[in-house]
Design a protein around this ligand. Structure first.
Ligand code: BJW
Ligand code: ZN
Length: 247
């Protein structure tokens, strides 16, 4: 393992155009539950039960209660060394792009400049009637579901199953992956598409792939390096091992 991380760090050092794709696992050490690990359940619901337009149409209050609970957790959380390591990498590599599936905003709070938010932002409230969008950082919304001035209810500004990803963000994500020498895949179960398809796109475009994950995933056997462990420990090691004048 020690040897593997040394070789992977060498690959990071040699790569000019690096893209990172992150998932819920990078925020786990900040105290935010992932979706598909054992701690990921909320009142016995799975993400697939709640993160859908159908669930929201059936019972907007329960879906909002889940988001409200997550908003309170996220508001209390701080970025962890994994988030900060990606900021260090961005500062060292001009060709760096960060793509995240997370809606928690912790990358931006750590200092990442322009993370591509594939699945939206939990702090955005969008009206289901007039389409108005606003930012609201109140951790614990008092009226659920929140109501717009037009009288219609608002929904979280996130992407649910069966909904398309924001087109411009997706286009930029594909472009970054196509142009990358190296893709870092951090803390994602690589089960949700089209985000997971970016890993295959990187491979078919000739990029190397390093996965950092606490557990094995469907892509672990296909990537160049699969580093097993918490990203809050592995990412700083991977990135700072050769820091100084060599990175
Ligand atoms: C650690 C760690 C530590 C823990 N350190 N690691 C192709 C094939 C099959 C299905 C589809 C397909 N293409 C599309 C689909 C359908 C669907 C889909 O993918 N379904 C699959 C589940 C089967 N996709 C969609 O519907 C997408 N839209 C779409 O395709 O539009 C086109 C279209 C439209 C209309 C009709 C047809 C097509 C939209 C997907 C939206 C996903 N939304 C959610 C909710 C977002 C809002 C919110 O946060 O509430 O996004 S679901 C949830 O999953 C969330 C996440 O971003 C996403 C991914 O999860 P992630 O981040 O990977 O988390 P986990 O929990 O799964 O994994 C955590 C990992 O961390 C684990 O591996 C741990 O081991 C690891 N870990 N601690 C490092 N300390
Ligand atoms: Zn409205």
């Amino acid at each position: 393992m020690a040897e593997t991380i040394v070789t992977a760090a060498e690959l990071v050092r040699q790569s000019a155009r690096i893209t990172a794709l992150t998932g819920a696992g990078i925020s786990a050490e900040s105290g935010i539950p992932t979706f598909r690990d054992n701690n990921g359940l909320w009142r016995n619901f799975r993400a697939e039960d709640l993160a859908t337009p159908q669930a929201f149409a059936r019972d907007p209050k329960i879906v909002w209660e889940w988001y409200n609970w997550r908003r309170s957790l996220i508001a209390k959380a701080e970025p962890n060394p994994g988030h900060y390591a990606l900021v260090t990498l961005e500062q060292a590599k001009p060709g760096f792009t960060l793509i995240t599936q997370n809606v928690d905003g912790l990358h931006a709070r750590a200092g990442s400049r322009d993370p591509l938010l594939l699945h939206g932002d939990i702090w955005t409230l969008r009206c289901t009637g007039c389409g108005d969008s606003k930012q609201d950082h109140t951790p614990d919304l008092k009226t659920l579901p929140p109501v717009c001035r037009c009288g219609a209810i608002r929904r979280p500004g996130v992407v649910w199953f069966g909904e398309g990803l924001p087109q411009d963000i997706w286009r930029r994500a594909e472009q970054a992956v196509r142009g990358a020498d190296l893709l870092l895949v951090v803390g994602t179960s690589a089960q949700v598409y089209p985000a997971a398809g970016l890993i295959h796109l990187a491979q078919s475009s000739g990029a190397k792939v390093i996965e950092i994950n606490a557990a094995e995933t469907p892509v672990s056997g296909t990537v160049d390096f699969s580093l097993r462990g918490p990203s809050g420990r592995i990412l700083p090691e991977l990135i700072e091992r050769d820091k100084g004048d060599s990175l």
